[in-house]
Design a protein around this ligand. Structure first.
Ligand code: SAH
Length: 220
């Protein structure tokens, strides 16, 4: 854990991140900005890259995965227009950084991660930070988590080759899904909104995420 001196240094870096990477580029949702100022991103980074935690790029974590760039995280959270009473499904817990941000913004977060080791360390870290409204599940989330559907919002941190119909079906009326869609070198964020029972898609920013891996055994 950081010493009080380190915490001050990191708070300064976090403030700079919010001002120069987020506000200056048009992120204006004050709840998102406040959450990103509060959550200690460096605690979700591996020790060796902790000093880069507030820089303008993704960070490598275990199992060949990454924590997304702060700006792309902010774009996705802002697009979801989360309300405090929302129930949210997150697919791809990774380090748990985005999970912590979600927990700052809504009442209940269910997060699925296919690498059990990542799910375990995120679960432990988030519980230690007091995020009681989070449930981390180890498993394949490529078809969502129908057990506790419907959700007010679903956020996917890994790129799917196409829009997964199961995820759209697990949204409540008025629900929102944000997901990167496409292949390795050409992906775009898609925002889906359920209006009068029908999905409406808006194409958003180009992006680059690790792939959403679906477990083939579930097709049998
Ligand atoms: N938002 C995360 C970023 C994690 S990177 C963070 O803040 O750290 C994307 C994660 O999606 C990886 O950890 C990867 O293992 C996970 N993932 C990929 N396919 C998945 C699937 N089918 N189900 C659940 N998690 C998946």
């Amino acid at each position: 854990m950081s010493s009080p001196l380190n915490s001050d240094v990191y708070l300064g870096l976090r403030q700079q991140m919010v001002d120069s990477q987020l506000r200056a580029r048009g992120i204006s949702d004050e709840r998102v900005l406040a959450a990103m100022l509060r959550v200690p991103r460096h605690l979700f980074a591996p020790e060796r890259s902790r000093d880069q935690a507030y820089e303008d790029h993704p960070l490598p974590i275990a199992e060949g995965q990454t924590i997304s760039q702060p700006y792309i995280v902010a774009i996705m959270l802002e697009a979801l227009a989360l309300l405090p009473a929302d129930r949210v499904l997150e697919i791809g817990t990774g380090s748990g950084y985005l999970t912590a941000l979600l927990a700052e913004l809504v009442t209940q977060v269910i997060s699925i991660e296919r690498h059990p080791s990542l799910a375990d360390s995120a679960r432990r870290l988030l519980a230690g930070m007091g995020y009681d409204q989070v449930t981390v599940i180890a498993g394949d989330g490529s078809r969502g988590f129908p057990e506790t559907a419907p959700y007010d919002a679903i956020i996917v941190s890994a790129a799917a080759p196409g829009l997964p119909p199961d995820l759209v079906e697990q949204l409540a009326e008025g629900g929102r899904l944000i997901i990167p869609v496409g292949r390795d070198d050409s992906q775009q964020l898609q925002l889906i909104y359920i209006e009068n029972g029908k999905p409406r898609t808006t194409l958003r920013e180009l992006c680059r995420f690790v792939p959403l891996i679906s477990d083939p055994s579930r097709d049998q």
